[in-house]
Design a protein around this ligand. Structure first.
Ligand code: AMP
Length: 200
C-alpha cells in the first residue's frame, strides 16, 4: 500500500498516518519529522531547514526530493508507505512521479483531508497546549504563514493528482474514528479487506 495524505497544517495528517502505520503495517514518511530530526542532530541540512521551518516557509524542492528519494530506497519501504507532508509543491509531485516510475512503483491513493481553515487555529492551539509548544512552528503567527503557503503552493498539488484521477477527498473535520473509517473505505474499495490488519 503506497499513499499520500494531503491537507493543511492541523488537518490530521500525522494522526491518520500513525493510524495507517498500525493498521496496514506500512511506514510513515513525514518530511517534517525528518527535517526536525536533522535539525536536532545539528546536520548542515537540518540547520538550514530549521530557520526556514521556524518562519513557516518551505524548504527548497531539490533538498526535499533528495531527502525523500534516499528514504524511499530504505528496505522498510518495501511493504508500503504513507507520505505525510510530501509533496508540498507541484514540482515535488512531478519529481515524485518520476522517482516512483524509475523504481517501478505506483500509488494506491492520494487522500486529501479537507478542513475548515477557521477551525485549524483552535486545533493547533490545542496541540500547543497538549505538547507544551514542542514544535517551534506551532505558533499562531507562523501558522497563518503556513496556511498562506499551503494555499499558494500545496493546494495545487491536489489539482495535480485530481488531473491524474487518483485524488480522493475526505472531510477532515469529522471525529477521528469517522475520518479513519472513510479512509479505510477508500483503501479497501475493490480490494481484499484482509489488507487491513485484523488486530488494528
Ligand atoms: P510538517 O511537520 O509537515 O508540518 O512540516 C513542518 C515544516 O517542515 C514545514 O512548515 C516546512 O517548513 C518543512 N517541510 C516539511 N515537509 C516539506 C516539504 N515536502 N517541502 C518543503 N518543506 C517541507
Amino acid at each position: 500500500m503506497r499513499l499520500i495524505l494531503l491537507g493543511p497544517p492541523g488537518a490530521g495528517k500525522g494522526t491518520q498516518a500513525q493510524r495507517l502505520v498500525r493498521d496496514y503495517g506500512i511506514v510513515q514518511l513525514s518530511t517534517g519529522d525528518m527535517l526536525r530530526a536533522a535539525a536536532a542532530a545539528g546536520t548542515e541540512v537540518g540547520k538550514r531547514a530549521k530557520a526556514i521551518m521556524d518562519r513557516g516557509e518551505l524548504v527548497p524542492d531539490d533538498v526535499m526530493v533528495e531527502v525523500i528519494s534516499e528514504r524511499l530506497d530504505r528496505p522498510d519501504c518495501a511493504n508500503g508507505f504513507v507520505l505525510d507532508g510530501f509533496p508540498r509543491t507541484v514540482a515535488q509531485a512531478e519529481a515524485l512521479t518520476g522517482l516512483l516510475a524509475r523504481k517501478g512503483l505506483g500509488l494506491d491513493a492520494v487522500i486529501e483531508l479537507s478542513v475548515d481553515e477557521n477551525a485549524l487555529l483552535s486545533r493547533i492551539e490545542r496541540r500547543i497546549a497538549e505538547t507544551g509548544g514542542a514544535r517551534a512552528d506551532d505558533d499562531p503567527e507562523v501558522l497563518k504563514k503556513r496556511l498562506a503557503v499551503y494555499r499558494a503552493q500545496t493546494a495545487p498539488v491536489a489539482d495535480y493528482y485530481r488531473g491524474k484521477g487518483i485524488l480522493r477527498s475526505v472531510d477532515g473535520m469529522q471525529e477521528i474514528p469517522v475520518v479513519s473509517a472513510a479512509i479505510d473505505a477508500i483503501l479497501t474499495q475493490g480490494k481484499e479487506p484482509a489488507r487491513k490488519r485484523a488486530d488494528g
